[in-house]
Design a protein around this ligand. Structure first.
Ligand code: G6P
Length: 611
């Protein structure tokens, strides 16, 4: 999703901006651009469709030099991916703007500006912002006042970077809803959609709050709050590791990240387990006292994180007897929800910046309908972490592939830690906590053993290349694993896939079964295995072809209609985490065989910062 990088420095900024854009590539985008104010105090702009590398090539041929600049990676919302729609947008060669988010009232603003004679050169919602600023400069307002007057008229979510020839040494940044961070250097200041964009140049950051308006020069960094009062926001030193873009032996980040799962899980568990209990690893004051009061849990998330929530709900109700509901954030945020007593509101997010998840949290905070909020997140210092009462971090390390893998399995790990801590806080079931601790300790080694099946799964994937549809089946806590498997396949290989709880087969999907559509099932040897086996027989009897990840102890026979990857015997509690891994590999190899852009699938973004 759109990424912003800006800089005001005492040296040329193009290189810094370009490096920042490279670091934001993981978010997904379709075009990129840069604008600087040059020595003659003129705006110079270069834009390119496609990769940041294409922009870099253009800049190589015709460099732009300036000490103040803004840049952008665009993920199309209004207007197709095209150079004329790429940011920065200009007005009268005197203002340039980059924008992340959506201006909801752009149509009305556009009509007003057109009546004033402004010509629009793009289909974007952003272009109204730049012309609006210019229209106020035309009335002799200062740049700060022109931007203030403009944002007062904007509805929606936005992060903006603005430069102008009127004040060529100033960079203005505004945050309302979409993420934006200020980076502090020595005599130079940066802005970025996340800290990764700026880690090459600084580790000191100011996290902006909604409504913040920044006036940045080399000497001064003035931040005004939503009431335009000058404020001091805390400066934080980032502990985020500067990630290496080295793929090593791997061809894709997704493959690398699948293989990093044992280490990521180990890192997530590091220092958190004792022999019979989990150490209080949730951040926030009075957390154990609060957990002791919890009587219901509501989990809210999007995408893959939502699937982690669905699995956790099975565990939560089974192990703690606490009612647990799960909902996608884009639904939850807009409906009236009946309050539940002493509710712990858990948001799950890899990035901590997903717009719908943040909005759902905002909603319950405003309604004051919850006992406390807890964010489970892979990014410390993210908006979600900062807005929540408590946080429980995963330590997956940066995930670059758009399709989430290690972030998902580490989320499941910390969800088990949360369950153990809830049990401990309530002084219940020590034996259950001991079981959780013992099973989690075994997890990295078990996943290593699954990764050894890489080439076997690759062979299986060859049979999916020419398929158009696939059906994933699971029962109990393996049903959301099947959902996650289907999501992975459709995200990166563009094969339509859906998941069903196997018991629902005969209520519809059985009508689709033929020799063409592969049916993938996850079959650990749990109390539901005999039920699942009956469901699989129903498929076989109708000529369906099965691809199974099955515990050997389940004694399912392979034949020309039944292809099996044998899975080890593993504790029930960690089975959803383990069975996720071969499904990731199956999707990965199918996509590789189909030749899709595995790490940056079409139309998708890693961090969805607009609604
Ligand atoms: C996007 C990503 C998914 C991710 C989802 C939720 O759709 O492509 O991989 O699961 O957003 O993101 P979050 O950062 O909130 O987990």
């Amino acid at each position: 999703m759109c990424g912003i990088v800006g800089a005001v420095a005492q040296r040329p900024v193009s290189e810094i901006l370009l490096e920042g854009l490279h670091r934001l590539e993981y978010r997904g985008y379709d075009s990129a651009g840069i604008a600087v104010i040059n020595a003659e105090k003129k705006i110079e702009r270069v834009r390119a469709v496609g990769r940041v590398a294409a922009l870099a090539e253009k800049l190589n041929e015709a460099p732009v030099v300036g000490f103040v600049g803004i840049s952008h990676t665009r993920w199309a919302t209004h207007g197709e991916p095209a150079e004329r729609n790429a940011h920065p947008h200009l007005s009268q060669q005197r203002v340039a703007v980059v924008h992340n988010g959506i201006i909801e009232n752009h149509q009305l603003l556009r009509e007003n500006l057109q009546q004033k004679g402004y010509q629009f050169t793009s289909d974007t919602d952003t272009e109204v912002v730049v012309h609006l600023i210019d229209s106020y400069l035309e009335q002799s307002l200062s740049l700060v006042d022109a931007v203030r007057k403009t944002v007062a008229q904007l509805e929606g979510a936005y992060a903006l970077g603005v430069i102008s020839t009127e004040e060529p040494d100033t960079l203005i940044a505004v945050r309302q809803g979409s993420p934006l961070v200020v980076g502090l250097g020595l005599g130079e200041t940066f802005i970025g959609s996340d800290v990764q964009a700026m880690l090459r140049v600084t580790r000191q950051f100011v996290y902006l709050e909604n409504g913040d308006f920044c006036v940045l020069t080399c000497e001064q960094r003035c931040i005004y709050d939503k009431d335009f009062q000058l404020v001091e926001r805390p400066v934080k030193e980032s502990t985020v590791g500067s990630f290496s873009s080295d793929l090593g032996q791997y061809s894709h980040y997704m493959h690398k990240e699948i293989f990093e799962q044992p280490i990521a899980i180990q890192a997530t568990l590091e220092g958190r387990l004792e022999a019979h209990k989990v150490k209080p690893c949730i951040r926030g004051e009075g957390v154990m006292e609060t957990l002791a009061e919890v009587e219901s849990v509501q989990i809210v998330a999007c995408g893959t994180s939502y699937h982690a929530g669905l699995i956790a709900a099975y565990w939560m109700e089974e192990l703690t007897n606490i009612p647990c509901r799960v909902e996608v954030a884009s639904e939850y945020r807009y409906r009236r929800c009946a309050p539940h007593k002493n509710m712990l509101f858990v948001t799950l997010s890899q990035s901590g910046e997903t717009a719908d998840t943040l909005a759902a949290l905002e909603k319950v905070k405003q309604e004051k309908s919850i006992l406390a909020s807890l964010s489970i997140c892979n990014v410390d210092e993210s908006s979600l972490v900062r807005e929540s009462d408590f946080s429980l971090l995963t330590a997956a390390g940066p995930e670059i592939g758009v399709a989430s893998t290690k972030a998902f399995t580490t989320q499941l790990v910390v969800l088990q830690l949360l369950i153990a801590l809830l049990l401990q806080a309530k002084g219940e079931a020590e034996s259950m906590v001991t079981q959780i601790v013992e099973d989690l300790k075994k997890l990295p080694i078990i996943i290593e053993s699954i990764l050894e099946k890489d080439s076997q799964i690759k062979q299986m994937a060859e049979q999916f290349i020419d398929k158009n549809n696939a059906l994933f089946l699971g029962r109990g806590d393996q049903y959301p694993v099947a959902m996650e498997g289907a999501l992975k396949l459709k995200e990166i290989s563009y094969i339509h896939a859906e998941a069903y709880p196997a018991g629902e087969l005969k209520h519809g999907p059985l009508a689709l079964v033929d020799g063409e559509m592969p049916i993938i099932a996850v079959a650990p040897n749990t109390h539901l295995i005999e039920k699942l086996k009956s469901n699989l027989e129903e498929v076989r009897a109708r000529g369906g072809v099965l691809y199974l990840f099955a515990d050997q102890a389940a004694e399912i026979q392979a034949d020309e209609q039944v292809h099996i990857i044998n899975m080890p015997n593993i504790p029930d509690l960690i089975a959803p985490i383990v069975y996720t891994v071969p499904l990731q590999l199956l999707s990965y190899y199918t996509a590789v065989f189909k030749g899709t852009d595995v790490d940056k699938p079409r139309n998708l973004a890693k961090s969805v910062t607009v609604e």
